[in-house]
Design a protein around this ligand. Structure first.
Ligand SMILES: [Zn+2]
Length: 218
């Protein structure tokens, strides 16, 4: 369509929202690559409804499926550390699905931006997700290409879910700009403390809360 522009990147210089990290009542899940001295540019918080939607959608088909992750990009008021909060999941409707790849088309992104404007005003695409049925958790060369082209912000992440063995991980750019397609990170499950966790991804390890001068929940 001549003259038609896709809003992949915002026109103005975007700034993170000032907020406190919602650590209270969150359950941290570490990947095998967390705590190896890597410094992801953002930490990831996922609401329970968003986590459940991801899992339902991931199990909906035997081929690769995917979509975008919608929510907020924030900087902690006290520490300045950046984080994203994934609140909504929008399955991509116009992807070209095959057994071994998923891609985004221009129609996909137009459709997704329309949905966000209508339903989640003020929120952002903080990343994307797709499944790797029976393939494992990594980003292919093509996935990496998609990530850099359609999700170029330092705070935008890529989630890969393998629904059959129930493993998953977040690929996040590091503070120095390095993006490793083989090493993924865990996340914070919001409202997942006190044994109420709904996370079932087998490759992530629950991080027990350390009591430093009293429980943060008191
Ligand atoms: Zn892939």
């Amino acid at each position: 369509m001549p003259g038609f522009k896709i809003r992949i990147a915002p026109v103005e210089i975007a700034q993170p929202e000032a907020a406190l990290r919602p650590l209270e009542f969150s359950q941290r899940w570490d990947s095998p690559y967390d705590n190896f001295g890597l410094r992801p540019a953002v930490s990831v918080f996922v609401t329970r409804p968003a986590y459940i939607r991801i899992c339902v959608h991931a199990c909906s088909a035997d081929v690769e499926v995917g979509g975008v992750l919608v929510g907020q990009w924030c900087a902690d008021e006290q520490t300045g550390e950046e984080f994203i909060v994934i609140k909504h999941v929008l399955p991509a409707r116009h992807t070209r699905q095959g057994s071994v790849y998923l891609t985004f088309t221009q129609d996909t992104l137009v459709d997704l931006h329309d949905q966000i404007d209508k339903r989640f005003e003020g929120e952002k695409i903080v990343g994307w997700f797709h499944t790797h049925p029976r393939m494992g958790v990594f980003l292919s060369h093509y996935d990496t290409f998609l990530h850099h082209n359609f999700f170029p912000e330092p705070w935008q992440v890529a989630l890969v879910v393998e629904p059959f063995s129930s493993v998953a991980g977040f690929f996040i750019r590091q503070e120095n700009g390095v993006f490793d397609p083989t090493r993924y990170f865990g996340f914070h499950e919001m409202d997942g403390a006190f044994g109420r966790s709904v996370v079932r991804w087998q490759n992530l390890q629950k991080v027990e809360v350390e009591s430093e001068g009293g429980s943060p929940y008191e």
